[in-house]
Design a protein around this ligand. Structure first.
Ligand SMILES: [Zn+2]
Ligand SMILES: [Zn+2]
Length: 158
């Protein structure tokens, strides 16, 4: 018997699919995995989440941009699964506050501390933001960019 990490039920081992990544069976039972898939398809149809393929594209872009290649001694610091979690529950741009409202195609992944200033591709330095902020922030430190945003907002409202 094994306990499912989602529904917390004790179930026979054959209720947990064995995969190449989880040779002893996945941590969630087959029923839960199916429910997660169904929920994801529903969210995808509603435009509530970004598709896995769109996340994969952004992940490879990031890896390539930061010089990671197959056979490199230093593996890229985060896995695709970890990378995908930064897209969970994102509703607004954390910098300018614009609501995303399902416009996933325009979303960018930004380094809070720019690489040029010593930032890394670690999970806590990555954030999903709007295209405008990604382009405008570039290599600016966070405080400087927020000050600039404030300045733009106030000068536009006068
Ligand atoms: Zn379960
Ligand atoms: Zn923004």
């Amino acid at each position: 018997m094994k306990k499912c990490t989602r529904c917390k039920q004790n179930l026979p081992l054959n209720s947990f699919l064995k995969t190449s990544k989880a040779p002893n069976g996945q941590s969630k039972c087959n029923t839960c995995c199916l429910e997660i898939k169904k929920k994801y398809r529903r969210q995808l149809a509603n435009g509530d989440v970004m598709s896995i393929s769109a996340i994969k594209v952004r992940y490879s872009t990031l890896k390539n941009r930061h010089g990671w290649r197959k056979g490199n001694d230093n593996p890229f610091p985060i896995s695709l699964e970890e990378f995908a979690t930064i897209f969970n529950n994102v509703t607004h741009c954390p910098y300018c506050g614009i609501p995303f409202e399902g416009r996933w195609f325009g979303l960018q992944v930004d380094h809070i501390i720019p690489i040029a200033l010593g930032g890394t591709c670690s999970l806590d330095n990555l954030v999903v933001c709007c295209e405008f902020c990604n382009l405008a922030k570039r290599d600016k430190p966070l405080e400087q960019y927020l000050r600039w945003l404030d300045y733009i907002k106030t000068s536009n409202s006068v």
